[in-house]
Ligand binder design. Structure first.
Ligand code: ADP
Ligand code: MG
Length: 404
């Protein structure tokens, strides 16, 4: 068991998430400070578990790093901050910069790069002989031309440090590529270009403590996330039965990635592509955070393990005490989410006993199902996905910029 601690934990959240992390920190006896965005003041933060909330001005959901450094340094005059934890992907760099500035332990700026910058991930993975699609930095013109001549399209032009398929573009010809690159203007060097590998997309969600992979669960998205966010469609994912050959292969590759990238402790959400042509598994991306899109709820349905709460326990013990992951249940679970035409879509017609979670968000419909039978989960997810298209689906054009 984790011992109660008198630690002060500063959580950074430029997005509304991680409420269970905040609650668990309080349960562990920590002093809990939250730094969030002014625009998120009205969100339902678990205020009973937070000692103090501080707000930073935000623009397009981003903070000014200097504001954060000055603000937190000022805060540190009175608070002795022991941990700095980013709850959203976009907060990783801020957390690392603050740790370096205040000399607080945890992941520093060098390692953080591997978990945020898709170009750094690709280069590091290639160095470590992990399978990645051919890629190139959008930087040197001659090298780009060589890439375009040597690697057949389609390609994907993607921002190095975004998430949720934001700003990613599938490109089918050299002409289209030069136009797209031209349009990026002085932002080109913040992009990479890689070969588009048609295939199934998987995710592996894991818990790591003192460089040991203690828990992981593999799942497969239905339609690839880019097709959902760009083409409109129902987002689905379902867990892969533990112990199956497919699960083993994914778990092993994920473990190699996290080892190579030097994740010491915490949680990770990594993604992989299995090429339809030839079946090879490629590393797509990784992160040092809980997966978005309600994947934490999916994992909890299948295993009983709440990744946010476990991460909080890990941050508290942080190598100084033993940490044991709870025994995972081996159920299967599936998640179905769609943007909805209706402001508050009614899912009451969906009443199978396997439903364990319903989304409660404006213009969204979402369900999680759980069963001891993977086949039953598959049938439910496929059936719901079809019904969601009729009952709720709405199409919104892809985001160019992140919004709240
Ligand atoms: N090289 C690729 N080949 C095929 N599909 C890709 C490739 N890169 C990205 N995608 C598609 O785009 C989605 C988002 O890409 P990803 O690199 O995971 O960025 P994000 O951080 O936005 O999730 C993927 O889930 C997949 O559908
Ligand atoms: Mg992704």
């Amino acid at each position: 068991m984790v011992q109660p601690a008198n630690l002060t934990v500063l959580c950074l959240a430029s997005y509304y998430k991680g409420t269970e992390f905040l609650r668990e920190c309080k349960r562990q006896g920590c002093r809990v400070l939250l730094l969030t965005s002014q625009s998120l003041e009205k969100e339902e933060w678990p205020r009973e578990s937070i000692d103090e909330i501080f707000y930073l001005p935000d623009q397009d959901r981003k903070w000014n790093l200097q504001d954060a450094i000055l603000g937190v340094s000022d805060l540190a005059k009175k608070e002795s901050i022991d941990r700095i934890v980013p709850l959203d992907d976009f907060d990783l760099e801020t957390a690392a910069a603050l740790r370096e500035h205040l000399r607080v332990g945890g992941m520093g700026e060098t390692t953080t790069r591997y978990f945020r910058d898709k170009l750094a991930m690709r280069a590091k993975a290639q160095d470590e002989d992990l399978p990645v699609p051919p890629f190139i930095h959008v930087l040197n013109q001659e090298k780009l031309r060589d890439f375009v001549h040597g690697i057949s399209p389609p390609w994907v032009l993607k921002p190095r440090s975004q998430a949720g398929a934001i700003g990613i573009k599938k490109i089918t010809s050299a002409e289209e590529l030069w136009q797209a690159i031209d349009k990026l203007g002085d932002q080109q060097s913040f992009y990479l270009l890689e070969q588009y590998v048609p295939g199934d997309i998987y995710h592996v969600d894991s818990i790591i403590y003192e460089r040991k992979l203690l828990f992981s669960i593999a799942s497969r998205y239905g339609t690839p996330p880019m097709d959902v966010s760009h083409g409109g469609g129902v987002f689905t994912t379902r867990t892969i039965p533990p112990g199956s050959p497919e699960e083993k292969e994914l778990t092993e590759l994920n473990e190699r990635v996290l080892e190579a990238f030097n994740l010491v402790r915490g949680v990770s959400h990594s993604e992989f592509i299995r090429a339809w042509d030839g079946g090879r598994l490629y590393f797509l991306e990784t992160s040092a955070r809980v997966g978005g899109a309600h994947i934490a709820e999916l994992v909890e349905a299948a295993t009983g393990i709440n990744l946010w709460a476990e991460w909080a326990k890990i941050e508290v013990v942080a190598g100084k005490n033993p940490y044991h992951v709870p025994v995972a249940k081996k159920d299967s679970a599936g998640l179905v989410i769609s943007l909805a035409r209706q402001q508050w879509p009614d899912t009451s017609e969906y009443c199978d006993s396997e439903i364990v979670w319903r989304m409660n968000k404006e213009h969204h419909a979402g369900l999680i199902v759980k069963s001891s039978s993977p086949e039953r989960v598959q049938a439910l997810v496929e059936g719901y996905s079809r019904r969601f298209q009729q009952d709720f689906m709405a199409y919104h054009p892809p985001q160019e910029k992140p919004t709240h």
